[in-house]
Design a protein around this ligand. Structure first.
Ligand SMILES: C[S@@+](CC[C@H](N)C(=O)[O-])C[C@H]1O[C@@H](n2cnc3c(N)ncnc32)[C@H](O)[C@@H]1O
Length: 211
């Protein structure tokens, strides 16, 4: 059952990814960089980095004094490390950390920026995770996340709402939150100036730790 859930959990994200194909990784990176511009030179966490697609781009950009590639999965971190080696990326400004997004091993108010690409729908508790992100960010620190929103087919929305707990149980994907829910979540956790860009199912959003 566990293995079944593990594989099924990727299905919705894969479908959404396929349907949002014009949002290339490079484009997502450029969008994230724009949101993160005020935090250049600081410490950035690429949370739920997976194979380090974005962590590697953050390091190569040389825009940050330190990039923390963080994931809960040891296997994903191993893969990330392998790609770093293959691409000959210097690890001078890069550290790999295994941690749960809801229990980050960082001092409160010590991080300038946190990026979480295609991840919030995979977290067991988005609410605990965003509260923890807010805790570690410095005042003025920036949180940038991307996920998918299942509201493109309006007639399906009421069905999704009713079926959400069952879908979540089967797929292991916690929730594909709405824009409003993402904004509420951020503001409940002390993150302000919520803003987002939508393209089909895809959303990239940003919020700032209140000063
Ligand atoms: C869809 S992948 C996204 C990977 C990467 N950000 C990207 O865009 O290619 C989601 C990642 O979330 C990680 N994840 C799931 N639960 C987590 C948790 N509680 N804490 C930290 N990472 C978690 C998974 O291990 C996986 O690598």
């Amino acid at each position: 059952m566990h293995i079944f859930k593990h594989y099924v959990s990727f299905v919705p994200a894969i479908i959404f990814t396929q349907l949002s194909k014009n949002i290339t990784i490079q484009l997502q990176f450029e969008m994230a960089k724009d949101y993160l511009k005020p935090k250049s030179g600081g410490i950035i966490i690429d949370a739920s980095c997976g194979s380090g697609l974005f962590s590697r781009l953050f390091v190569k950009s040389e825009l940050y004094c330190l990039v923390v590639a963080l994931d809960f999965s040891e296997n994903m971190l191993k893969q990330c490390k392998e790609f770093i080696k293959q691409e000959n990326i210097s690890d001078e400004r890069l550290v790999l950390v295994r941690a749960d997004i809801s229990r980050l091993p960082f001092v409160s108010g010590s991080i300038d920026a946190l990026h979480a690409g295609a991840a919030i729908h995979c977290w067991p508790s988005p609410a605990c995770a965003v509260a923890e992100i807010s805790r570690v960010l410095r005042p003025g620190g920036v949180f940038v996340g991307s996920t998918f929103i299942a509201d493109v087919l309006p007639p399906v929305i009421p069905l999704l709402r009713i079926g959400r707990p069952y879908i979540d149980q089967i797929t292991g994907n916690n929730t594909f939150l709405s824009e409003l829910e993402l904004e509420d979540l951020c503001s409940a956790c002390g993150l302000v100036n919520f803003t987002f860009v939508r393209n089909g199912f895809y959303i990239m959003f940003s919020a700032t730790k209140a000063s």
